[in-house]
Design a protein. Structure first.
Length: 809
């Protein structure tokens, strides 16, 4: 910016006053005690673990802030092109442990808190997860932030500061999922910095009047105005000073209450408007893969994109360049279609406020945005009813119509007379009501469009956006396979393995943790017996850690001399937890039919499930109920309980994943082919030496290419077969007894009451008996065969450990 002059006072005095981050243990204890006394107003007499965690967090935060300030100052001075990640979800999990590792201060803090009479592990456990996300999409956003900072990229995240994150899952005695709110901000959040001075106004409703002069401009007035207030969350990079920012917006009434109503004697009315403003960021919508068209959700999306764009533009204007150069200074990544309103919003700002022509504005917009698609499931593709958009955002509806008009004119020019194509491609879907197709808008308003794994990106280009590839050319479309941060998902959650890898590779930890291709160096060690023993011993200790966790949280006894088989993800029919539980029942029935001597020869196994169901997703909730009730019976059966145990761990979270993943021998990623865009936990399991049992879907495919197909257990029909099979289910159904007798038997046993009254499960079982959209009847036999191969492979333990090492490598 050319502002190299120090802005205030004596630069040297400022610099001398800056707190250093190179601290020794005594600096740490001083800062800790200082926070206990002055931030928490407590003392040694009344400081519990929670208070000690808070003091430690505040002290670590001071370090982060020093780096954060320096990083931001640096960005301001150098004015690089910046990347902005707009995501409605950031599933961050806990921060303290990650911050300590990234700062390289973990050992010193451990010593420091010990000197003060605390245990670091206990303090870490006191932190509540920041759970502002549903599942993979939200966790991906968190991983990208970690990697962006670690790679020293000028990347900021923008999201919403929900008062309540994803609900807490409780399981009733009958096995039903109950939802309770997640008051994650209850004990204050030391990781955020309120920026009460950074606020923007956001309008809803009102009227949009076109200027009438043919310049395309309009005036948007009236309606409701609310305030967006910034909260900043520091994102430290690994072993670098670079500390990026995640800016979360909170909604607030523009005025505490409406004075006019108050003076007219309407006190309640006066407060109501303040409630409705605050409601915008009150809660995270707990649905993944479905859209409901709720007004409040639309308001969340606009509130967040409008505030973020104002902030980004203000920063750009400080650089002092003409607005036409905006795309040289800002790239905005749209995490799914949720932030797509940013496209018409930027058009509105450029046309109505900056007074650019339509073409100038459109050129800037289409060079600024980039769109990532995360699913091809039709029920997840966002559509907003036109009357709702017209009501909440009248000016944006006009702009969307204008974009559509110019767009369809161009399509008509390229494909004259192809009416059906126009209907398919239009931003507006005909019907009652008409709907705005957000994926189409995101696609035409962006410079690039990507899917999240090779197969998925291919499907995006050949199915939902096929017409757009034909119209715009294939070069706009690409693939960016998802990834995970190895800092959290290996170093942090599996420190013993991480240490062994460091020792074995003879590299500094920070070298391979920033360049995972280095893990290939582990390959030869698969042949080394002593190394295998160390490797296996760590897996065993991770199993024991998980068993202790289940013991302390649920009071249940888990065998650790068994294979651990894990499926952890949102409950969804396409992810086929149902296939897994029916497989468990099949195993149980088979074990029951064996003689004790036969049973003794079989592989011991503990099966873990965890995951939340959307509160209104009836079938998914029934699946949970079935799992819980099957567990009750199996775990209590003296004939089989030494050979097969089953657990549903409630309230799945990032923190729980950090305990489960390192303990897994095999994990299941068994979606119907073509439905799981990528999956990301599959990558985390592999990184931790867990093998995969999966379908040929999502990132499983690319993982298998890397680790070798002999180290992955694949089963099931492939994507090209799916459509034909569904057609057959509808038009040439084969009775299930004929098609898949083993499965028919399992379903009948459930109906007959093997796990308590079968009647409640009928709606779930009938999804398989009739229609079977997710192809359970087609894949069941090959699934059971694959499970048998897993058992056989596990019996040869040395060979299994080799596979495990190769998988990580
Ligand atoms: C998802 C996909 O289902 C999942 O396969 C993918 O790994 C993730 C991140 O790209 O995005 N898409 C989606 O709508 N949700 C996902 O988790 C909720």
């Amino acid at each position: 910016t050319g502002k190299e002059v120090w802005p205030k006072g004596d630069e040297k005095v400022w610099k001398a006053g800056t707190r250093g981050v190179d601290q020794d243990v005594s600096d740490i204890t001083k800062s800790f005690v200082n926070h206990v006394q002055t931030s928490l107003a407590r003392q040694a007499y009344n400081l519990d673990d929670l208070g000690a965690y808070q003091a430690a967090a505040l002290s670590v935060r001071d370090n982060l802030l020093v780096n954060w300030n320096e990083t931001q100052l640096n960005y301001t001075r150098k004015a690089p092109k910046r990347a902005y990640y707009l995501s409605l979800e950031f599933l961050m999990g806990r921060t303290l442990d990650n911050a300590l590792l990234n700062l390289g201060l973990k050992d010193k803090y451990r010593k420091g808190v010990e000197q003060l009479g605390f245990n670091m592990e206990d303090l870490l456990e006191k932190e509540r997860d920041a759970a502002l996300g549903n599942g993979g999409l939200g966790r991906l956003a968190a991983c990208y932030l970690d990697s962006g900072a670690s790679q020293e990229l000028p990347l900021w995240g923008y999201g919403l500061r929900y008062q309540y994150g994803i609900f807490q899952q409780l399981i009733s005695p009958e096995g039903n999922q109950l939802e309770a709110p997640d008051p994650w901000l209850e004990n204050q959040n030391p990781w955020e910095l309120p920026r009460l001075d950074v606020t923007y106004e956001v309008r809803f409703y009102g009227q949009a009047e076109r200027s009438g002069s043919g310049n395309g401009r309009a005036a948007w007035t009236g309606g409701q105005e609310v305030l967006a207030v910034a909260y900043d969350v520091m994102i430290p990079g690994y072993k670098t000073k670079t500390t990026n920012n995640l800016r979360l917006w909170e909604s607030k009434p523009k005025r505490g209450f409406d004075l006019n109503s108050f003076n007219a004697g309407n006190y309640e009315g006066a407060v109501e408007s303040s409630n409705s403003a605050a409601a915008i960021t009150s809660v995270l919508y707990p649905n993944d893969h479905t859209t409901f068209g709720k007004e409040l959700r639309l308001k969340q999306q606009y509130f967040w994109t409008a505030a973020s764009l104002q902030d980004i533009l203000r920063r750009f204007k400080n650089v002092g360049k003409p607005i036409t150069e905006f795309p040289d200074y800002a790239a905005i990544q749209l995490n799914d279609t949720h932030p797509t309103l940013a496209i018409p919003e930027l058009m509105r700002i450029l046309i109505d406020e900056e007074e650019l022509s339509w073409d100038e504005a459109w050129k800037i917009v289409t060079n600024t945005f980039f769109y990532t698609n995360h699913t091809v499931l039709p029920e997840a593709l966002e559509k907003w009813p036109v009357p709702l958009v017209e009501h909440v955002l009248p000016r944006h509806m006009q702009i969307i119509y204008d974009i559509n008009l110019y767009f369809l004119q161009a399509v008509e020019k390229k494909f004259p007379g192809d009416r059906e194509r126009l209907t398919r491609m239009s931003l507006i879907e005909e019907g009652y009501p008409k709907q705005v197709r957000m994926a189409h808008l995101a696609c035409i308003g962006s410079r690039k469009v990507n899917g999240v794994a090779e197969l998925h990106s291919e499907l995006v280009q050949t199915t939902i956006l096929k017409d757009f590839v034909e119209f715009e050319g294939v070069s706009k479309f690409g693939n960016v396979t998802n990834g995970v941060t190895p800092r959290r998902w290996l170093d942090q959650c599996n420190f013993e393995l991480s240490d062994l890898i460091t020792k074995t590779l003879k590299l500094e930890k920070n070298v391979w943790l920033k360049d995972l291709t280095k893990l290939e160096g582990l390959l030869p060690f698969a042949e080394n017996k002593a190394f295998r023993a160390e490797w296996a011993a760590i897996k065993q200790r991770n199993k024991e850690r998980l068993a202790r966790h289940v013991q302390t949280t649920l009071g249940l006894e888990v065998r650790t001399d068994a294979m651990f088989d894990v499926q952890i993800k949102r409950l969804h029919e396409y992810k086929r937890q149902t296939l897994n539980i029916l497989g468990v029942i099949h195993r149980y029935i088979t074990l029951k039919g064996m003689t004790p001597a036969e049973r003794k020869k079989s592989n011991r196994k503990v099966v873990f499930f965890a995951g939340k169901a959307a509160p209104a997703y009836y079938i998914a909730k029934l699946t949970i109920r079935l799992i819980v009730n099957v567990a009750r019976v199996i775990n209590a059966d003296p004939d089989t309980k030494d050979f097969l145990q089953l657990y549903f761990l409630p309230d799945y979270s990032v923190s729980l994943a950090e305990v489960l993943i390192p303990a897994s021998d095999i994990s299941q990623h068994i979606s119907t082919a073509g439905t799981e865009a990528s999956g990301t936990s599959n990558m985390k399991f592999c990184l931790n030496g867990g093998l995969l049992l999966g379908t040929v879907d999502g990132a499983n495919i690319e993982i298998a290419e890397e680790v070798g197909e002999s180290n992955v257990f694949f089963f099931g029909h492939l994507t090209p077969a799916v459509e034909d099979l569904r057609y057959q289910h509808t038009y040439h159904p084969i009775p299930i007894e004929e098609k898949c007798p083993a499965l028919a038997n399992v379903l009948n046993q459930v109906s007959a009451g093997l796990f308590g009254d079968g009647a409640p499960y009928e709606p779930l079982l009938n999804t398989i008996r009739q229609g079977d959209y997710y192809l359970i009847t087609d894949d069941f036999d090959s699934y059971i065969a694959a499970l048998a191969m897993v058992d056989e492979a596990y019996l040869d333990r040395e060979e299994w450990i080799k596979k495990s090492i190769r998988t990580t490598a």
